[in-house]
Design a protein around this ligand. Sequence first.
Ligand SMILES: [Zn+2]
Length: 244
Amino acid sequence: MHEIERLLKGFERFQRRYFEARPELFDALRTGQKPQTLLIGCSDSRVDPGLLLGCDPGELFTVRNVANLVPPCGDGASGRLHGVSAAIQFAVEQLHVVRIIVMGHAGCGGIRALLAHPQNDDTNAPQDFIGPWVRIAGPARRMVEQTLPNASPAERQRACEQAAILVSLRNLESFPFVREACERGALTLHGWYFDLQAGALLAYSERADDFLPLVCPLTPEARPHRQPSNRPSIDSGQAEMLGS
Ligand SMILES: [Zn+2]
């Protein structure tokens, strides 16, 4: 089947699934949205947040960009044409989302570009948009170079992917409206990591200062049945990661 036909068949499935089988959902969504979660994910075609997390239309307010990065609030270099910042402001001030999840992933091409780029190259060619963008995560790269000087490329990549999530969480806190909502207890920030090599979902734990499993990989025995037994019970550390 031609690829465009696959896409149209996909829309027909969507029509049947929602407009036919669950008309009440779109009856509500026609008048507006009330998502609880802002998810900032990567543009990578393998990490569609709605698909990964099994969300219905209206559940996730989503920003996707190269390497799931949040620029700092005071980033004057990009002027006021700031799509990511505008989406964050809208989600927090207008939609009143209760959580923001920055979801990174294994095998991120944006992070690979950051690590491959000469560190002090600030030449900023006018037609290069990727270099300046991924350098938002420059602190993550510097951390990896300082703490893992002898690690393998794969270890450095994974460490940088996870450290970049923390850079974005820090940058989120540089927005006054985010900080204020967090201080009021109306908003929580989360760093998640989709390990697409293992098929697992991890979350950053402040207490452990590490990414810990939220949903473990399927065990070989679990695969045929897809039982939820792969999910460990939620302990206090996980409750912290979930903001509950
Ligand atoms: Zn990516």
